[in-house]
Design a protein around this ligand. Structure first.
Ligand code: AMP
Length: 219
């Protein structure tokens, strides 16, 4: 049976960074709704233009287009063993759609690590964040600096600051998380799949806790 892991937590807590490491270590696909939207924006597709109008304000892209995009992503061959979902679902409607979708693929949401940190930590992380153009690898000016300023260590592409990592948008994104996404905590807790992870720790400690939670679930 394929394994599906949903990473839950506020913007800036490290979901993207951790999802990339976990995908490498477990062989599961990494599915990031935010990166899929950014790829579409870069290519200037209709979906990209629509998504950008929401992303720039720190709001959520409507459920129907988001769900359709994720459904399409699941049909790619790298998802056979399962996937690590990073940034999806973000609303109760999306969580229900995911449950239905996984039934089709013969699986279910197995583990939901909830990564948390205080708002001050999130704001500090987002404002110092640098993202690579080619593959979305993430660095931080202070906590995880690249070897060479402005260049991705992993693929040599340019590092840039996301438009939505500006202070005002960051505050809105954290508020949107509290209002629209936080209800998923109770939803997954009631299903017995929630595991709380302290996201204020150094990156490798968070990874170790996540791997332990995933393995524990499989034993
Ligand atoms: P992220 O890279 O996960 O921080 O996502 C960046 C932005 O993309 C969010 O602030 C939303 O505007 C949009 N987005 C990403 N995932 C979703 C989702 N599951 N539902 C709606 N909007 C999303």
């Amino acid at each position: 049976m394929p394994t599906y892991i949903v990473l839950l937590g506020p913007p800036g807590v490290g979901k993207g960074t951790q999802a990339k490491v976990l995908a490498e270590q477990t062989g599961l696909a990494h599915i990031s709704s935010g990166e899929l939207f950014r790829e579409n924006t870069k290519k200037n597709t209709e979906l990209g233009k629509l998504a950008k109008s929401y992303m720039d304000r720190g709001e959520l892209v409507p459920d129907d287009v988001t769900i359709a995009m994720i459904r399409d992503r699941f049909t790619r061959s790298d998802c056979q063993k399962g996937a690590i979902l990073d940034g999806f679902p973000r609303t109760p409607v999306q969580a229900d759609a995911l449950a239905e979708l996984l039934k089709e693929f013969g699986g279910q949401v197995d583990v939901v690590p909830l990564i948390t940190a205080d708002d001050e930590v999130l704001i500090e992380r987002l404002s110092g964040r640098w993202t690579c153009r080619a593959n979305g690898h993430v660095f931080h000016a202070r906590f995880n600096p690249p070897q060479k300023d402005g260049v991705c260590d992993l693929d040599g592409s340019e590092l840039y600051q996301r438009d939505d990592d500006k202070a005002e948008t960051v505050k809105r994104r954290i508020q949107v998380y509290q209002d629209q996404t936080a209800p998923l905590i109770a939803y997954y807790r009631s299903k017995g799949s929630l595991v709380e992870i302290n996201g204020a720790q150094p990156i490798d400690r968070v990874t170790a806790d996540l791997l332990a939670a995933i393995r524990h679930h499989h034993d």
